[in-house]
Write a protein that binds this ligand. Sequence first.
Ligand code: F6P
Length: 321
Amino acid sequence: MKKIAVLTSGGDAPGMNPCIRAVVRTAEYLGWEIYGIRRGYVGLIEDDIIRLTGDDVNDIAQKGGTILKSARLKDFEKIEVQAKAAETLKKHNIECLVVMGGDGSFQGAKALSDHFGINVVCLPATIDNDLAYTNYTIGFPTAVNTVLEAMDRIRDTMQSHQRICIMEVMGRRCGDIALFAGLAGSADAILLPGIDVDYKELAEKLIDNRSRERNSNIVVVAEGFGSCAEVRKELSKYMEPDYLRDIVLGHTQRGGRPNMQDVNNAIKMGSYAVEVLEKGKTCRAVGINHGDVFDLDITDALSVPTIIRKDLYKLSQIIAD
Ligand code: F6P
């Protein structure tokens, strides 16, 4: 009987659980034996492995986080650490591995395939949406909706006091959470990595908006641009500092029930990953473009350059002005 394992790695993302469920149920449908590795690559080197059946994943599709837990392991770059992980899989006669995570997790999976002959398939699961080979990463839409909900609450109080909130959102080096939430949430301005800002000009615009009561009272800052405290400090040079407040939205963006798009895409991609392994393929990354699920070599996936969404950014400026 074929044996398959699944792990979640890096920052957790809403949608990981329905994806685990799809992997387990599809593999069970094919008659395979399934294992869950707890705490990502850490669990793999420490042999923290549990047997999973379809019953174990009954009630998880609607839950945020990951029932398998997750971890970051910088040391997984080292070949001797990878060797330990491969040893664990070989000890349990597990020949196939499904990895959910971001680019670092993909690199780890690729190493297991290249150097130790493990059949691996990777699924893009990160709220950051920073894997350019795919239109979509599991968790991104839910995280953006969480930011939008927070914006609504913050706007209520900011508008009551005619204040402006500088709101820092996650995304590592990628500005997609800031851009998509800022556009949908009518931010007065969106500050993105790689795009310079003229603080004097921005302050003048915020003051003008304030006097006309036309503003939405929120400036969204991507963490890859800089901190909201820094932005507040810079803007304070050109406007009344007491008009300004700042907030780091933080890990609230990673939690919560995955939305419909995340659940359904996670199910489609999780099931597809098992089919890829069933066909005998390895070192593959699964993605979705315009609703269609596809797979490609992990190396090719990771070499797709980051997209700078200049058109969408321009649109956000037109709408905000
Ligand atoms: O990659 C997901 C992410 O939430 C990033 O947006 C953020 O920079 C980072 O993880 C935070 O990591 P941690 O949970 O380790 O603090």
